[in-house]
Structures are given as C-alpha cells and as structure tokens.
Design a protein around this ligand. Structure first.
Ligand code: WT7
Length: 632
C-alpha cells in the first residue's frame, strides 16, 4: 500500500484501518521479507492482556533493515555519524558496510556464547557500534536491553538483574559535550552485583585506561578480527521478543517494556514513512535522540533502516561546542527531515538567534518534535526560525509502550496547530474517558487518554511480570489501554496532550517516576521521608521539586542538599537530580496516611493561595509551614 499523499487519503485509510484493521495491516506487512507467512493476522484481548500480530509468521527484522536493500542500495549511506568533537573525523557507513559490520558483530556475540533468546545489555555512547550492537542482537535472535549511558551503576545493575542479562556490551568511555564519562568503570561497579553476566565486550571509544577482568572481559576490536561477515539471519516468530526497554512508572522500580519482532517492524516503518513523508520530503533524516530511549530504537535504528533512509547519528549534545551545533550539522549533511525534543528547542531558543543566523538551513523540509508537550512559544520559534515558516512541524505523541508514533500530523498533509499532536494515525483508536472510565464523546472535551484497539507495536508484556503490565495499562479502565496522559480534544477533533496524570514526571523529555526519586532520596541516612513532584520549568518542561523530612541532624541545609543530589546521582543518574529541595517537618497527609500530592504540586508551581480543600488533612498546619518555606 502506497504512502498517504493527501488528507482525503488519510481519511480513507483511517476509515479502512478501523473498519478492517486486519486487512489494513496485512497489506502493510506484505511488502516485507517473511520466510513463512503468518497464520493469523491478529489475536487479542485487553483483559489478560494477550496481543499477537502476524502469529506464526517467520522473519528477521535485520533482513528487512539491511539485506532487503542490498540489491538497490548497497552503496547508499545508511548512517552519517557525527562525532562529539567537530574536528574529529566523521564516519559514514553504507548499507553494505553496515550489513557487514552487523553480521560480524553478530558472530562475535555468538562466539562469546550468546544464543537466541538470551538477553544482552547494551550500555554505550552514541557511536555507530551502538546501532550495530542492537542489530547484531536482532540478527541472532538475542534480546537487547539498552540502558541509556547516563544512568548510574545502581540503575544499570538493577536493569541487568531484572532481565538476567548474560552478556554486556559497553565502551571504555564516552564523550558528551565537554565531559568524558568513564562508562566501563560504571559498568564494572554495576557488575559487582550481577553474577549472571558471563561476558563483557568492550569497545574502545576514548582510549582511556580501563580495568579488564580476565575471563569475563574482551575487546570489541580483538574479537571482530576473529570472525567473518557471514551470519545467516535467525528466523524469528513474529511474536518472539525483539527487545526490552526499561521505563519509569508511577510506582516501584522501572519496568521492562517488551516489544516483539513482526508488529513492531510493520508499525514503525509505516509511521516513519507517513509521518515524515519519507522519501518525498527528502532522503536525509536526523533524529537527535539517544538510542538509549525508545525514540532512538524506533526512529534512529529500526524504522529509517526499514525504509532504506540515510540518517545522521550524532554523538554529542546540542550546546557543544556552542548552541549552533545542530544547525551546523543540518547544513553539513543537508538534512531534510529533522526530529528533536522540545527541551532542546527551548534551550537553543534561550541561547539566542545569533547561533542560528550563520546557517542556511535551506535543506530542511520537515521538522519533528517528540517526548513532551511542545509549548506554543517553542513551536512558533521552531517554525519561524528553523523551518523559516515553510516546514511543517510534526508533533508526534507516543510512548515507550506504544513502540511507535500514535498521534501526529502527517507532514504537509494534516493542517497543524501549535502544541497539538492533531489526529490519530491509521490503526489508532483513541478515546477520552473520565475518572470512572466513562467515554467522553464529542469535541471540545478533556479526559484521560486511552486507546481501544491494538495497533501492531503495542506493548506485549513487562518482562518477568505480566501482572504488572496488566495492572499498569489494562486494569484502570476495562478493555482499554490507558496511556497515563491527560488530553484535550478541541472543536476540530484535534488532540492536545496535556501531560501525565499519574506520578510520572517528564524532565527534559526523560521519563522519571516520583517514587524512584523518593526512594533514592530516602537512601540518605538523615532523611526520614520525602515527597517529590514535578513543576513547570522553562527549559526542562518539568523540574523536580523534593520535600524532605530530616532527622535532627546537625548538618546545614546546603550540605544536606549536596548530599541528596549525590545520592540521587548514585541511585539513578544526574538526570533525576531535584532542582529544588525544601526541608520540612511534615508532609500533608490525609487521615489514612496518604500524601496529598495535589497540595505539594500547587506549592511547587508557586500557587500558594490556591491550594483547594485542605480540610481532610490530618494536620492542616503542615501546609502553612510548607507555604512559608516554599522555594521560588
Ligand atoms: C510520555 C512517554 C515518545 C517517545 C519519547 C518519550 C510524553 C511524548 C509527546 C508529545 C506531549 C508527549 C507523554 C508520554 N510525550 N511525546 N508529542 N506531546 N507529550 O517516551 O519516555 O515513554 O514518555 O512522554 O506524557 O506519556 P517515554
């Protein structure tokens, strides 16, 4: 089925996808290489939940990402890799070269004992070998679990243990802006409590001195010399696991979201081509995310390769060596499609137009936004100053659990509206419900966003704990997938995501659970109890505000603050450090002992005179103290 090229076609396809989802997605799936066709297009119920797309079908996603393109695109660039340091040599990999590297590293994984179904933890910087490592796992049917390079040893070990990884792929160090990060040392610390890990494969990125554990650690560069580039692709069932990716929820530790091979392949490819209008909008695409997050999995690794696109992959940060880096890289590679996060846009906007005007940016055709709501001001700045008023912005709403984009304009086809993700993609059936789960119909309404029918890349389970998956996403409202987001539907039927309605924060596009930060803070010896909430932050979207109760320690507030930040950095990583810490003697609790977060949120937002009903509090005086000590 051809890509959608007009709004009328969008409406037709949307209707078709709702009237007959199975025929709609089967038609999409036909274009791929399957070694055996599926027996059944869809089996599903949202009660267990159990969802199977293309069950019985056999495929390997890397054959579809790589081998399938070799006859036509062997010498086309798959990745332009742009290093952190603009003066370091850039690297490019053609489809043929990428295919070869993936096969070789797949053989390295096998040589080191990796088998189909084994979990491989990948903890690496944004280098081409990171994409190669994911694809090499997929090649042999191993399940990758990528952990973002900014997570701490403690966060890393938790993720390795949870899914019982046998192999870890990492690097000596990492460059991020002006910083060098000792990745291997962090991994070593994590591995002290991960006895199940048998092999660690270490890439040399920074040439730094590292500790190698005999019998466990091997070097990427040594291993790769010992294998050939012949690696037949393992034939996977469409519902075999492709990867696990950990993400934060409102309670407890992060959960391993599981995606499977067939549906994920079909859906990410479909959304990439339609949302960005690839290839008619141009052949060079750049998504600035890190592969450590789902955006990178779906829209740096899998979807662009499935589509045979040429991508830029960037190691560094938007502000290094200065705030013009993104724009310089866009000109350098003549990027046509640029996909980034609102937090980056706001930070670059704040740096001033002086960093933008030196660049032409005339190759740009489509701009994308992802990860958090984009405010109208940032949207307009992006549209006018980067897109020069002529590039459509696709504000793409989705989640780790959805695998791919669910609500978004189609570039140049759907009329956009600042800060609206606009309309559902074909195959996606959103509904808004009230607290009790009653559907809110009509337009000009607001409610909790749910989806009532499975799309091919919906979450299948949370690793090792299916009940948690059911509880989290399918139990709040019967027979609906609950997103955790609040949403408005305006008079035109356009969707606008208003943010999380649960205890999940979104800080610079990073998803962080309040409970995780609280348990990290509570590790500090002087802290008795804490409560964490998000509050609006000009650049980060949300900042983290922590209320803490201390023992009668003699430490001054500043020392305590620094120690708390260190504790959070140690337990989770620097991304979860609270922006504000207020020491309090009590928290606003109901008589049944539940913390009234609504009040804490209001105080954090600076709305001290609008706290609502506080009469059910056990001790209303606590609120007065909190108000008096609020941090501006
Ligand atoms: C949460 C999911 C989507 C991949 C990266 C984040 C928020 C995401 C948007 C958007 C408003 C958005 C939601 C969602 N979110 N995109 N375009 N507009 N909000 O994936 O870490 O799983 O976070 O990010 O709150 O639930 P994630």
């Amino acid at each position: 089925m051809a890509r959608i090229t007009s709004f009328e076609q969008y409406q037709e396809q949307y209707k078709k996808s709702v009237d007959n989802p199975e025929a709609f997605w089967a038609e999409q799936a036909e274009q791929f290489t399957w070694s055996k066709k599926w027996d059944k297009i869809l089996n599903w119920n949202f009660t267990e939940p159990k969802i199977e797309w293309f069950a019985g079908g056999k495929l390997n996603i890397t054959e579809n990402c790589l081998d399938r393109h070799l006859p036509e695109k062997a010498d086309q660039v798959a990745y332009y890799w742009e290093p952190n340091e603009p003066t370091e040599k850039a690297v490019q990999l053609t489809y043929k070269q990428l295919h070869e590297e993936v096969c070789k590293f797949a053989n390295v994984l096998k040589k080191n004992g990796t088998k189909k179904g084994d979990r491989v933890c990948i903890y690496m910087p944004m280098v081409p070998e990171l994409a190669i490592a994911l694809l090499a796992c997929a090649r042999i049917g191993a399940v990758h679990s990528v952990v973002f390079g900014g997570f701490s040893a403690s966060a890393l070990s938790g993720r390795i243990q949870d899914c019982d990884c046998k192999i870890v792929v990492t690097s000596d160090g990492a460059y991020r802006g002006a910083k060098a990060i000792p990745i291997k040392a962090v991994a070593d610390e994590a591995l002290e409590i991960c006895p199940g890990v048998e092999k660690v494969i270490v890439l040399n990125r920074t040439g730094s001195e590292i500790n190698m554990v005999a019998g466990r650690d091997v070097l990427w560069e040594d291993e790769i010399k010992m294998v050939n580039a012949d690696c037949p692709a393992e034939q996977m069932d469409a519902e075999d696991m492709l990867f696990i990716l950990y993400t934060s929820g409102s309670t407890g530790k992060p959960k391993g979201v599981v995606h499977t091979c067939g549906g994920y392949m079909v859906y990410t490819h479909y959304t990439f081509e339609n949302v960005f209008q690839y290839p008619s909008s141009g052949g060079v695409y750049w998504c600035t995310a890190d592969i450590g997050w789902v955006t990178g999995h779906s829209y740096i690794v899998y979807a662009p390769l499935l589509a045979g696109a040429t991508s830029v992959m960037f190691e560094g940060v938007p502000t290094y060596p200065d705030a013009g880096r993104f724009w310089q890289v866009i000109d350098k590679y003549k990027v046509n499609i640029f996909y980034t996060a609102p937090t980056a846009i706001r930070a670059l906007e704040a740096s001033g137009l002086g960093f933008v005007t030196p660049y032409k940016l005339d190759s740009l055709k489509v701009l994308g936004s992802v990860g958090e709501p984009i405010n109208e001001e940032a949207w307009t700045w992006y549209h006018e100053n980067i897109g020069k008023g002529k590039c459509p912005i696709v504000d793409t709403w989705w989640q780790t659990e959805t695998g791919g984009i669910l609500i978004s304009p189609l570039a140049g086809i759907t009329k956009t509206k600042p800060s609206f993700a606009t309309l559902p993609l074909p195959g996606v059936q959103p509904i808004l419900v009230d607290e009790k789960g009653n559907e809110i119909t009509g337009n000009g309404v607001e409610g909790n966003l749910c989806i009532k029918f499975p799309w091919p890349s919906i979450i299948r389970t949370t690793y090792g704990d299916h009940e948690r998956c059911r509880q989290n996403y399918f139990a709040t409202y019967p027979n609906l997938y609950f997103t955790g987001d609040g949403c408005k539907r305006d008079e035109d039927g356009y969707y606008r995501i208003t943010g999380r309605v649960d205890d999940v924060m979104n800080v610079s596009g990073h998803r962080i659970g309040t409970a995780e930060v609280e348990s990290a803070i509570n590790m500090h010896i002087d802290i008795v109890e804490s409560a964490v909430v998000g509050y609006p932050h000009d650049i980060k979207g949300q900042g983290i505000y922590a209320y803490v109760i201390c023992t009668n320690s003699k430490k001054d507030a500043e020392t305590l603050r620094k120690e708390i930040l260190a504790e959070v950095t140690k337990m989770i990583g620097p991304i979860a450090k609270p922006d504000k810490i207020q020491i309090v003697t009590g928290l606003p609790k109901t008589r049944s002992g539940k913390i009234m977060r609504r009040i804490l949120r209001k105080v954090a937002e600076g709305e001290l005179n609008n706290l609502g009903d506080t009469s059910t509090l056990l001790d209303p005086m606590v609120v007065e103290e909190i108000k008096a000590g609020a941090i501006k």
